[in-house]
Write a protein that binds this ligand. Structure first.
Ligand code: ZN
Length: 307
């Protein structure tokens, strides 16, 4: 217990003070029709977009951010309603959508997700058992809460193998989960059962469901319209085609990266997490790697954080 311990403690206090002084990211709240609210990150990344239904039956929340943002999330929810959180529906396994499952479950919320999402979360050693869904579905299910029908349905092998979309048909609102990154190259998690083919098919299935007035809540990015979803789908189809053409010519991954076939998309779609290079690598890998039933490596534990 000498000088170095004291120095360390002072340093830790100093760092803590600095962290508190800096502006922490929070949530902006946007009111939609019928008691629905969208909570999105403000001033920094707080995870995927959250959609909330409030009313007499309690609060239903779609996705729940990450542990460092729990207090800000609670505050944002409290601004909307003081009702208990009855259900949390997870769009998929990634921890920027499910990170506060355990906290809300401990207060009585029922966590709902796809069967395969639960299997993957159970394998993730970084997560505790109290984060696991207690209700799962394989294909589709409906809720009748707050005077609303809520349709939940599975999108197969898209962003992961356990993706759900959640539709409020009477309000013409749909949460796509990470099957849409609005205006950004999408993350397609090939190691968690996602596939480019499935991702494209999922977007096309959603396109058939929506119309020009639908409010689309994407997993990440600003609220979207049908036109935004269509643009994202066309981009991905074309980007895949451009990489496929190079592969058919016999180009290696390095040659394709050097040729940069997605260059025309760079300015609009490149972002920090999915750069043009990463998108190109994902398309190359998806098109060349044999994965069983386009299913990825089932059962691979997810040790790292994904969007
Ligand atoms: Zn994700």
């Amino acid at each position: 217990m000498g000088k170095s311990w004291l120095w360390g403690a002072l340093l830790a206090l100093g760092l803590q003070a600095t962290a508190q002084a800096a502006e922490e990211p929070g949530f902006s709240s946007q009111k939609l029709a019928g008691g629905l609210y969208v909570l999105s990150g403000q001033g920094g990344f707080t995870g995927g977009n959250i959609l909330i239904s409030t009313g007499a039956d309690g609060t239903v929340m779609i996705d729940d951010s990450m542990p460092p943002h729990l207090n800000k999330l609670r505050a944002a929810i409290a601004e909307i309603s003081d009702a208990e959180i009855a259900f949390i529906i997870n769009t998929h396994v990634h921890d920027d959508h499910t990170g506060n499952n355990a906290a809300f479950a401990s207060e009585g919320a029922y966590v709902v997700a796809h069967d395969k999402m639960r299997d993957r979360l159970a394998l993730d050693k970084t997560r505790t058992a109290d984060a696991l869904p207690v209700i799962t579905l394989n294909d589709q299910m409906s809720f009748y809460v707050n005077d609303l029908p809520v349709r939940v349905f599975h999108l197969s092998h898209a962003h992961t193998d356990g993706d759900l979309a959640i539709e409020f048909p009477t309000l013409n609102v749909i949460h796509t989960g990470d099957v849409l990154f609005n205006g950004m190259f999408p993350f397609i998690d090939l190691d968690s059962g996602g596939s480019v083919e499935g991702y494209i098919a999922a977007q096309q299935r959603l396109l058939e469901k929506v119309n020009d007035d639908t409010v689309i809540v994407p997993g990440h990015g600003a609220l979207a319209s049908k036109a935004d979803l269509l643009r994202a789908n066309k981009m991905l189809l074309d980007a895949r085609q451009k990489v496929a053409k190079r592969i058919a010519q016999g180009d290696t991954e390095a040659e394709i990266l050097a040729a940069n076939p997605l260059a025309s998309y760079h300015e609009q779609w490149n972002w920090e997490f999915i750069t043009t290079e990463k998108m190109t690598r994902t398309l190359y890998r998806d098109l060349t790697e044999h994965r069983h039933a386009h299913g990825g490596k089932a059962g691979k534990a997810q040790a790292e954080s994904h969007h």
